[in-house]
Unconditional design. Structure first.
Lengths: 117, 112
């Protein structure tokens, strides 16, 4: 069964450093998402991406964040200058967005645990 | 999107049916009910969704009341692996990017 994959599973970085989190969505999906979950808190939406551009973003997704789909398979989240409060699990998700009826359900990856020290 | 209310926690004996309720009294006609779950710190997992008819798949059944103000997710024979946080999410279909807004969900503990 196709699945969303994410690398690395755990990333430790120092405050102020840049990190790139990588995701490979399900191959025929058209919509891509990043969410994060701070330890013990709710899963929060960060950004959605469709047709090579951001379609929606939350107020969390400020100028230090960016997303990119550099080729036909990868979807990345870059955090430019990490802060302690960026420590969280980051989940990538994808959605087909096609079919009859249209598929709205999202499929999540296993997550990347980011620890900022 | 309509707000949902779920009990914070529930227990279920292994092998028995787990019935997880969700209240969405302000749901509108074009909003679907989605259920996801999160096992420990894994990524959320899609379970099932519906509009007004009852739905069943290999994982669960979804019963939506006739007035659509509440629904119940049924895991017919709960196993220890079903221990997770279950999220009921109401979402408009037909517009937007369909990002999900997660609440606190119901923590289901399946007990041997």
């Amino acid at each position: 069964e196709p699945e969303v994959t994410q690398t690395p599973s755990h990333q430790v970085t120092q405050m102020g450093q840049e990190v790139i989190l990588r995701c490979v969505p399900i191959s025929n999906h058209l919509y891509f998402y990043w969410y994060r979950q701070i330890l013990g808190q709710k899963v929060e939406f960060l950004v959605s991406f469709y047709n090579n551009e951001i379609s929606e973003k939350s107020e969390i997704f400020d100028d230090q964040f960016s997303v990119e789909r550099p080729d036909g398979s990868n979807f990345t989240l870059k955090i430019r200058s990490t802060k302690l409060e960026d420590s969280a699990m980051y989940f990538c998700a994808s959605r087909a967005g096609t079919g009859i009826p249209v598929a709205y359900e999202q499929y999540f990856g296993p997550g990347t645990r980011l620890t900022v020290t | 999107d309509a707000k949902t209310t779920q009990p914070p926690s529930m227990d279920c004996a292994e092998g028995r049916a787990a019935n997880l309720p969700c209240n969405h009294s302000t749901i509108s006609g074009n909003e679907y009910v989605y259920w996801y779950r999160q096992i420990h710190s894994q990524g959320p997992q899609y379970i099932i969704h519906g509009l007004k008819n009852n739905e069943t798949n290999e994982m669960a059944s979804l019963i939506i009341t006739e007035d659509r103000k509440s629904s119940t997710l049924i895991l017919p024979h709960a196993t220890l692996r079903d221990t997770a946080v279950y999220y009921c999410i109401v979402r408009v279909s037909g517009a937007g990017s369909y990002q999900l807004t997660f609440g606190k969900g119901t923590k289901l503990s399946v007990i041997p």
